[in-house]
Structures are given as C-alpha cells and as structure tokens.
Write a protein that binds this ligand. Structure first.
Ligand SMILES: [Zn+2]
Length: 88
C-alpha cells in the first residue's frame, strides 16, 4: 500500500491545483457536472483511478469551487493520516 501514496511532488502539484481553485469565485458555474465526492476523495488519497478520470476530475476541481473545497478537505485528511503514520 505504501507505494500507492503520493510522492511529495504529487502532493505539491495537487495542493497547487486546489489553491488555484480556491481563488475561483464561487459564482462561476462549472461547465461539467460534479463528480461523486467519493471520486474526489479517491483522487486526494491517490487511490486507483484510470488516467482519464484523474485528468477529468483534476480539471474539474480546478474550475469548480465546491469540488475544490472538497478536495482540500480530503487532502488535509490524507496529510493528517500521513502525519499519524510517521508519528507511530
Ligand atoms: Zn464540481
């Protein structure tokens, strides 16, 4: 399982996407319908997703305020779990 987690660079990349998305005005509607929260969580936790899904969801997060908030939440959860893991 260990090797399925994000590398430091992956985390920085996703963190940057989330930060960019958080600057998007909430009033801007997304062009695509939102993915299921489970998919955003899977992306944040670097679970197995096909490349097309990763790309689509990442692009969606970058332009959807609501989903960027979700991604940020899940990313924090993931980072906390990583922290707990290294403390143990
Ligand atoms: Zn969305």
């Amino acid at each position: 399982m260990e090797n399925q987690y994000f590398t430091e660079n992956d985390e920085k990349r996703l963190g940057k996407i989330v930060k960019t998305a958080l600057n998007v005005k909430p009033s801007i509607p997304s062009r695509n319908s939102c993915p299921a929260p489970e998919v955003i969580q899977a992306l944040a936790f670097n679970m197995e997703l096909d490349a097309a899904t990763v790309k689509n969801v990442t692009l969606h997060i970058a332009e959807c305020y609501k989903c960027s908030q979700l991604a940020d939440k899940y990313l924090r959860q993931y980072q906390n779990e990583q922290k707990n893991r290294s403390d143990a």
